[in-house]
Design a binder for this molecule. Structure first.
Ligand code: NAD
Length: 335
């Protein structure tokens, strides 16, 4: 099947060519984001593949439908960037990658926490300049500390298990309870539970209910000096409120792999450009903030599964078989 692969990166192309040998799809790569201005590139392609920052909104879906596209395959788990209702209305089916190494993201979140707490990012820069002083680099022992996991699904539970292994008390906030989370010693709390936490790590999806779930009100309640880790979606955190909490010292530090306005920045080399986003510029200027460019998923194991699943879903669609990883708007049955 002819597939228009949007936001295709060089590291994906090499692996896709290898994995596609067993599928025989005709993959055409577009480096650009899928957005209203680029949707016409997909005309005549029955399948379109996208990534986290492609804007698969109503306007784009209408244009895709006009170009005879019937399938959108997103190469990620989250699907907040796709208007499922509009897809349904325009007769476009949507698949995602539900299961791929959740360890990749959980392990990265732990890495961010360790770096942020022990100031490894600062030490790395200092020693390269010949500065071996320790002033300003003090962290705290994680053993015995309380870690709040917001969203105790696949990734959150693995993160919780690793933190329990560090000797932390793990508390969780979720709309569904996970027996696995409780088995590793996790205790469920209500939203007020964040008051107990020394570390808060975000692992729930971005939905209308979770948008800015960490806002000024939440941040006013956190323990002074608490660390906030977000490897889930930028929209979960009100960035302006987080900046205020960092300035007041209420938040002791923040490490983010995701950012609400990341679509204009991430996955590009802007090192020679003047970045006009003052919020991200402010954030990267803080010594107690670490920003990474949505790379938590980026391990060989995860990428192989992501791309392999995407190609398999397209093959299922081509053969008219049920789509294992189809997603539909709430209230709509999967075809
Ligand atoms: P999952 O579906 O297994 O778990 C999500 C959990 O969040 C579920 O237990 C769900 O009940 C809970 N949840 C839903 N609504 C909630 C709410 N209102 N309040 C509290 N909890 C709520 O998903 P997962 O595989 O663990 O992935 C979690 C998220 O991680 C994804 O949605 C995605 O946004 C993000 N992610 C990021 C990267 C990255 O590279 N940074 C990679 C993969 C996934």
């Amino acid at each position: 099947m002819r597939v228009a692969m949007f936001s295709a990166k060089s590291y994906e192309r090499a692996l896709l060519s290898e994995l596609n040998a067993g599928h025989g799809h005709d993959l055409v790569y577009f480096e650009s984001l899928l957005e209203p201005e680029t949707a016409s590139l997909a005309a005549g392609f029955p399948a379109v593949s996208v990534f986290v920052n492609d804007a698969v909104n109503r306007d784009v879906l209408r244009r895709l439908a006009q170009g005879e596209t019937k399938l959108v395959a997103t190469r990620c788990t989250g699907f907040n960037h796709i208007d499922l209702e509009a897809a349904d209305e325009f007769g476009i089916r949507v698949v995602r990658v539900a299961d791929y190494s959740p360890n990749s993201v959980a392990e990265f979140a732990v890495g961010l926490l360790l770096a942020l707490n022990r100031k490894i990012h600062r030490a790395y820069n200092r020693t390269r300049e010949g500065n071996f002083k320790l002033d300003g680099l003090m962290g705290f022992d994680l053993v015995g500390r309380t870690v709040a996991v917001i969203g105790t699904g696949r990734i959150g539970t693995i993160f919780a298990r690793i933190m329990a292994g560090f000797g932390c008390t793990v508390i969780g906030f979720d709309v569904h309870r996970s027996a696995e989370f409780e088995k590793i010693g996790g205790r469920y709390v209500d939203a007020k539970g964040v008051e107990e936490a020394d570390v808060i790590s975000m692992h729930c999806p971005l939905t209308p209910e979770t948008y800015h779930i960490v806002d000024a009100r939440t941040l006013a309640r956190v323990k002074t000096g608490a660390l906030l880790i977000n490897t889930s979606r930028g929209g979960l955190v009100d960035t302006d409120a987080a900046i205020d909490a960092l300035k007041s010292g209420r938040l002791g530090g923040m490490a983010i792999d995701v950012y609400e306005q990341e679509a204009d920045l991430f996955y590009r080399d802007l090192s020679s450009a003047v970045i006009s986003d003052d919020v991200i510029q402010r954030l990267v200027s803080f010594p107690n903030v670490i920003v990474t460019g949505h790379q938590a998923f980026f391990t060989r194991e995860a990428l192989e599964t992501i791309l392999g699943t995407t190609l398999a879903s397209i093959s299922e669609f081509e053969a008219g078989r049920p789509l294992t990883y189809e997603i539909a708007a709430p209230g709509r049955a999967r075809a």
